[in-house]
Write a protein that binds this ligand. Structure first.
Ligand SMILES: [Zn+2]
Length: 140
């Protein structure tokens, strides 16, 4: 048994099905979590470790650590400002900047950071074409 198996949550065996042919037999253990574990031997215990559940839990934890240990991504925007509102706000910042500089909106590269569901402008890169440079540097 690997370490991974020891860390895996144990699930009740609902059904064991023997598949394959002699020498290549596999026992498919249907577990109460809905997953199927394949083993070389039929389990003698009522419950066995489920690697799928372990992988799912590891993924959940990974997602939680990415979001700063707060809520899962599905509920991350339930409280506080909605992401759509925040994106509209950023779009407005972009178009205002573009209008002030006289460049297309595409030329504005905003670096935005998500701070607890609110989008905060960190910096901005503006692409200036040769014509823009001439226009902006020529004396008025
Ligand atoms: Zn499972």
């Amino acid at each position: 048994m690997t370490t991974e198996y020891r860390r895996a949550p144990r699930r009740r065996v609902v059904n064991i099905e023997r598949v394959g042919r002699w020498g290549k037999l596999e026992y498919l253990h249907t577990l109460d979590c809905g997953h199927t574990e394949s083993r070389k031997r039929a389990a003698r215990t009522e419950d066995i470790a489920c690697l799928f559940c372990l992988q799912t839990e590891a993924r959940d934890q990974e997602i939680r650590s990415l979001t700063g240990g707060q809520a899962t991504p599905l509920t991350a925007y339930e409280d506080g400002p909605s992401l759509a509102d925040e994106e509209t706000k950023i779009e407005k910042v972009k178009s205002t900047l573009a209008a002030r500089l006289g460049v297309p909106v595409d030329a504005i590269g905003l670096v935005v950071e998500d701070s607890a569901g609110a989008l905060v402008v960190k910096s901005c890169v503006v692409y200036l074409s040769a014509a823009d440079v001439t226009r902006l540097t020529s004396p008025r």
